[in-house]
Design a protein around this ligand. Structure first.
Ligand code: NAG
Ligand code: NAG
Ligand code: NAG
Length: 292
């Protein structure tokens, strides 16, 4: 880092501290970090996101990367509110699992290739290398577009994430199973449904039971719902339940319903395209700078 950068970093840190001293943990106050500090916060986030660092964050249950009231939105899935759920969804989801899954492992390296930041807001495009253990350990880069805001305690209060070319990624994964897309889809459907049902058998007992038997589970997943397109990971699909399957082991009482018939408010067809687009979701911090 150049000296001038160091100085502006120091100044912005002091400014952030002073402007929020009255109540440093009040996320309703918008801190003014400046570009260098925001770049550092963005980098810190991705360092923790990388495997195996993400294991430590997941084990903390309530990662202090996030504010308690963090609001997250991920393209093609749903919205995720609160620290515990986001610790599971952002860190736990990408740790090694016994499930057969479309979710990969961010082994790195990663590179932030586009970055603009102002006040407490950063927009980044980041290319991250993943391996996909359920697809013969195929290694593929993923480009992720993020908008994030931080509070004065340097915790993420909001994130809005888009996986670029996600449909193309899914297709590439699928074709790694078999060159024939019809065959590939049949193999993947069978394997994913079996995996979800075995997770259900292992973790979803008692009041968390969703299916009466593995056969009922398999029949439902393979015949009564669709596999799902790339934008349907928050809809009434097999792929949606495959994403949530990984989180079942963290809190069966919260996540079992997501792999069940109703989808537990995460995997259903209740949100129209129009609602998705016009939704007013974020309330923790403005997405446009108020000071320059
Ligand atoms: C995580 O935070 C939630 C919400 O504040 C709380 O109910 C839960 O007990 C916390 N879990 C742990 C292990 O600290
Ligand atoms: C994938 O890599 C892991 C080690 O990271 C290894 O244990 C596993 O057998 C590999 N799977 C395949 C299908 O190559
Ligand atoms: C499920 O089984 C585990 C261990 O067998 C038990 O600790 C847990 O209480 C059961 N859950 C329910 C909801 O019955």
């Amino acid at each position: 880092m150049k000296l001038s950068h160091l100085l502006s970093f120091a100044t912005s840190t002091v400014a952030a501290t002073i402007s929020t001293r009255s109540n440093p943990y009040d996320s309703s106050e918008t801190p003014n970090f400046g570009y260098e500090e925001l770049y550092k916060l963005q980098t810190d986030f991705y360092n923790r996101f990388q495997y195996p660092n993400n294991i430590k964050e997941a084990e903390s249950i309530n990662s202090t990367v996030f504010s308690e009231d963090v609001q997250g939105r991920v393209s093609d899935t749903r919205n995720f509110v609160g620290r515990e759920l986001n610790t599971e969804y952002i860190f736990g989801l990408f740790t090694p699992s016994d499930s057969l899954t479309i979710i990969g492992r961010p082994v790195g390296p990663y590179e932030i290739i586009q970055f603009a930041a102002n006040q407490n807001i950063a927009s980044a495009t980041t290319r991250i290398n993943f391996i996909f253990p359920s697809f013969g350990n195929i290694s593929l880069p993923i480009t992720v577009d993020t908008w994030m805001t931080w509070n004065a305690a340097r915790q993420v209060t909001q994130y809005d994430v888009t996986f670029r070319w996600f449909g193309y990624l899914l297709k590439t994964l699928l074709l790694s199973v078999d060159k024939d897309p019809v065959k590939a889809q049949a193999i993947a459907t069978t394997s994913i449904a079996k995996s979800i049902c075995s997770t259900h058998t292992k973790y979803c007992n008692g009041t968390n039971t969703q299916y009466e038997s593995p056969e009922e589970c398999y029949g439902f997943l393979t015949k009564e719902i669709r596999v799902g397109e790339s934008f349907e990971l928050g809809m009434d699909t097999l792929l949606c339940r495959n994403v949530h399957e990984i989180m079942v082991k963290f809190r069966p009482d919260v996540h079992c319903s997501h792999i069940g018939k109703t989808g537990g408010g995460q995997c259903d067809d209740t949100i129209s395209y129009q609602e998705k687009v016009e939704e007013q979701y974020f309330t923790n911090s403005p997405w446009k700078p108020t000071k320059y």
